[in-house]
Design a protein. Structure first.
Length: 356
């Protein structure tokens, strides 16, 4: 959080997002879930996947791309393995409903999984890892969007995958680990933001249609289009390629619905697995092992003494605590993007209510 940042109260941002989503037609319980998930993304510092998504969500509700009420269709239901058709309902609401479904099953059976096909976009994966920490679970969450493609397989030049994020979360005796990574070096959200601002990346994270590396996100919008590089880049991108295939198998493969099917618009296929720590070696034994590993990481001699080794999610948890207390620092592009929608629905974007 910079000294010049404009700060907003988290609850006021949630109330605004909730009201805007309901004005656009989203059912109240769904609007509340989506609003809280988006603001949690900003609280954690994932500002391309927080309220930056709200304008797009509202426009999809208005256009009918996001269904505004209803329930997922249960396609298959076994004790530890469930498949839903999300029927293009809001992704954050579906994911939270899915976690609610899995929690008692994981406690009874040790492990439980849910795959959701035809969900709308699910926002920031790290947000859902908070529930793993709260519930004392090990969670795995994967997501792909079969309706779009911006990442080429390693060695190729034509897009097959989306960034295909994969997240995991688990508690420690103090705090926890929250991993939220993608199979590509960067994301579509960051690429769109930099393109809109006329900025380029610091490193080569894209290739053009001929396979030439570059830093300019405009390469994605050329004719023919370029693609994002898989994690590992030009030399070690087989690792990101493998991760993208893993995510495809966990999502579209297990769902039986994905890239082989007709496109329906911005959306997601989702995989959620919960492991109950008590069902394996026991929670105390899990914490003893992972606390040991965490301490070995935190106490590791750093390359730069000014930048000590952190655990994934540690910075986000600290940022969340600070911003909940002092105010949320939104990216400067967010309020202007939401202003026309707020005006149309007779709402006011929250006033700056906290000084930095």
């Amino acid at each position: 959080m910079t000294e010049e940042a404009t700060l907003y109260r988290a609850e006021e941002l949630i109330a605004f997002a909730d009201a805007l989503l309901q004005k656009a037609g989203l059912a109240a319980p769904m609007a509340d879930s989506v609003a809280r998930t988006l603001v949690e993304g900003d609280l954690l510092g994932h500002d391309t996947h927080g309220l930056a998504l709200l304008a797009g969500y509202v426009k999809d509700i208005e256009a009918g791309g996001m269904r505004h009420e209803g329930a997922p269709l249960v396609v298959s239901d076994k004790p530890a393995a469930v498949l839903w058709d999300g029927q293009r309902l809001p992704g954050p609401w579906l994911v939270h409903q899915g976690i609610d479904l899995l929690l008692p099953r994981a406690r009874e059976l040790g492990t439980a999984s849910l795959v959701i096909r035809r969900s709308h976009h699910i926002a920031c994966l790290a947000v859902y890892m908070l529930r793993a920490l709260e519930e004392g679970m090990l969670m795995l969450l994967a997501c792909s969007d079969p309706n779009n493609a911006s990442v080429a397989p390693f060695g190729g030049t034509q897009a097959v995958f989306t960034p295909n994020p994969l997240a995991t979360g688990f508690p420690l005796s103090s705090g926890g680990v929250m991993v939220d990574i993608s199979a590509s070096i960067t994301t579509n959200g960051m690429s769109n933001r930099k393109r809109a601002a006329g900025e380029t990346f610091a490193q080569d994270v894209l290739i053009d249609a001929l396979g030439r590396p570059g830093k300019d996100p405009a390469m994605l919008f050329a004719d023919p289009p370029g693609t994002l590089l898989p994690l590992g880049g030009l030399h070690h991108g087989h690792k990101g390629y493998g991760m993208a295939l893993l995510v495809e198998a966990l999502t579209g493969g297990l769902a039986g619905h994905g890239r082989a099917d007709p496109k329906e618009g911005w959306g997601a296929t989702v995989h959620i697995t919960l492991h109950d720590l008590a069902a394996f070696g026991g929670k105390d034994a899990f914490l003893r092992q992972m606390d040991h590993v965490a301490q070995a990481c935190r106490s590791n001699r750093p390359i730069d003494p000014a930048r000590p080794v952190r655990l994934p999610g540690e910075g986000g948890l600290q940022r969340r605590k600070q911003q909940a207390r002092e105010g949320v620092a939104l990216h400067p592009s967010i309020a202007p993007a939401l202003a026309p929608l707020a005006e149309r629905y007779g709402l006011s974007f929250p006033a700056t209510s906290l000084a930095p």
